[in-house]
Design a protein around this ligand. Structure first.
Ligand code: SF4
Length: 348
């Protein structure tokens, strides 16, 4: 059991030595590439969800050079279901940047690493401390939760001022030695004991001076995001079916919602289209809004065209819903393809 009078870092390190997570797939060696991939996947996603995606990704793209040369469709395909697809597009772009600017070697300095698309200060610090043993502060979601509670920090951590306060605290607490173990320890504490719900405070190595626990107010920290009602938007997904029972998909532009993914063409309204069947509406929720999707089967002779005059024409392909090609799909499209595979639509 950690000595209760030791400082914060010493207590965490002692706890980590006995109770930390040590067998995660990206901890097998200290190579920067798998650590980088895991850190990006772990942004906004739980460890248990990430593990199979990580294993498949590393199997198909074992190093930076292979990832840089891969078609973006292959990268997005392996990301399908993980969400926040900008992460996959940024990984791909960053791999190409490393090939071009760093001769294929993952960069070693904080300034160079934060230059990579999709890598912020905390992620860069985590990669450099885990891969090269450098001393850098981190402040991911788990660490924010631990520090918000331990220091009873007021205010929603998404606010710049609160974020800066937490960063200062994190900076002060991070030891110069054993930084990698300390960073892993505080992440593990947040993931395993100082959990979002039902934290296990009796087993916590820093409970003696945890301000939220002392105030009996653990549930009040971190202060939640101020509630705003998500707006609801509507869209029609246009399902065009040919005689081979294939459906027409188009690739969305590389930026924006579902960037680079293959989707059914969409329309705001269907007045101009010949609809042969309307399927049940369902909702897909993004971080900022709900999208109510109405799938409609349209006459295949009508060429769907969701492009406006300003956009480049989008690539299209006919796809068998029972054997869709290995490209990236938006979650609702994957769901609709599975539904069409199970219950093929018979056109009259
Ligand atoms: S005592 Fe509880 S709330 Fe405080 S840091 Fe530990 S687990 Fe989190």
């Amino acid at each position: 059991m950690p000595n209760s009078t030791a400082n914060f870092a010493e207590r965490l390190l002692a706890w980590y030595a006995t109770d930390g997570r040590k067998g995660l797939p990206w901890q097998r060696n200290r190579e920067p590439y798998p650590i980088w991939i895991s850190e990006i996947m772990l942004q906004q996603t739980q460890v248990t969800t990430v593990i199979p995606y990580f294993e498949r990704f590393l199997h198909q793209f074992p190093n930076i050079a292979v990832l840089a040369q891969a078609p973006i469709d292959d990268v997005l395909y392996l990301w399908t279901g993980l969400g926040y697809y900008a992460r996959a597009r940024n990984l791909h772009k960053a791999a190409q940047q490393i090939q071009k600017n760093h001769a294929g070697q993952f960069p070693h300095t904080l300034d160079q690493v934060v230059e990579l698309p999709g890598v912020g200060l905390s992620t860069a610090g985590a990669i450099l401390s885990f891969a090269f043993g450098q001393t850098h502060t981190i402040l991911d979601g788990n660490v924010k939760r631990v520090l918000s509670r331990h220091g009873a920090v007021e205010g929603w951590p998404g606010k710049t001022q609160v974020h800066n306060t937490l960063w200062e605290i994190a900076d002060e607490l991070t030891p110069k030695d054993q930084t990698a173990q300390y960073n892993q320890a505080i992440m593990d504490l947040g993931a395993t004991l100082c959990r979002r719900s039902k934290p296990d405070c009796p087993r916590c190595p820093v409970k003696q001076d945890c301000s939220a626990l002392t105030k009996n107010a653990v549930a009040q920290y971190p202060v939640p995001k101020p509630k705003t009602k998500k707006p609801v938007r509507q869209t029609f997904m246009l399902i065009s079916i040919n005689e081979q029972q294939e459906v027409l998909l188009e690739r969305r532009p590389p930026v924006g919602i579902w960037g680079g993914l293959w989707c059914f063409p969409e329309a705001d309204e269907t007045a101009q289209l010949t609809i042969s069947q309307q399927l049940s509406q369902f909702r897909h929720t993004f971080s900022h809004y709900h999208l109510d999707i109405t799938p409609v089967i349209i006459n295949s002779k009508v060429k769907p065209n969701s492009n406006n005059n300003v956009e480049e024409p989008r690539p299209t392909q006919w796809c068998n819903p029972s054997a869709p090609p290995a490209v990236g799909y938006a979650a609702p499209v994957k769901k609709l393809l599975a539904m069409l595979a199970n219950q093929p639509i018979v056109l009259s």
